[in-house]
Design a protein around this ligand. Structure first.
Ligand code: IDP
Length: 149
């Protein structure tokens, strides 16, 4: 079963959107298999955003992601990587469609509320970076027959 890494950034936590964001993924039908509140170290932030190291916004991105608690999550389900990206919306909240998390709650690319892995390889990398194996819980929701033929 496919898994993805999602993180509610410090702005999402400060703006009391944790419940709203989790609700959107839960009611879609995806399964939460990992969840924790994290004070992100600079080392973890730099590893997580390593691909953007040379970008001008990298220092402020690292400052921001380490500025307050982050809700780190792993979600499971068929097609969850691409579907979660759609639920999240475009990187710049001003371009994100209404109905998406960023489209409904954000106005600035540096305060876009949530991270979601963009591909299977990055999902595997990010899950391994943020979670130990024993922190992930494999379980079978009883509603499964009502979500799948
Ligand atoms: P994504 O989060 O939608 O996958 P990426 O292009 O991977 O977007 O960028 C990672 C994060 O870097 C974004 O979510 C955003 O917080 C930040 N970011 C991207 N582009 C800019 C920018 O032009 N200015 C400031 N921050 C940016």
């Amino acid at each position: 079963m496919e898994r993805t890494f999602l993180a509610i950034k410090p702005d999402g936590v400060q703006r009391a959107l944790v419940g709203e964001i989790i609700r959107r993924l839960e009611t879609k039908g995806f399964t939460l298999v990992g969840l924790k509140l994290v004070n992100v170290s600079r080392e973890l932030a730099e590893q997580h955003y390593g691909v953007h190291k040379e970008r001008p916004f990298f220092p402020s991105l690292v400052d921001f992601i380490t500025s307050g608690p982050v809700v780190a999550m792993v979600w499971e389900g068929d097609g969850v990587i691409a579907s979660a990206r759609k639920i999240i919306g475009a990187t710049n909240p001003l371009n994100a469609e209404p109905g998406t998390i960023r489209g409904d709650f954000g106005i600035n690319v540096g305060r876009n509320l949530i991270h979601g892995s963009d591909a299977p390889e990055t999902a595997t990398y990010e899950i391994g970076l943020w979670f130990k194996d024993e922190e992930l819980v494999s379980w079978q929701p009883t509603i499964t027959p009502w979500l799948h033929e």
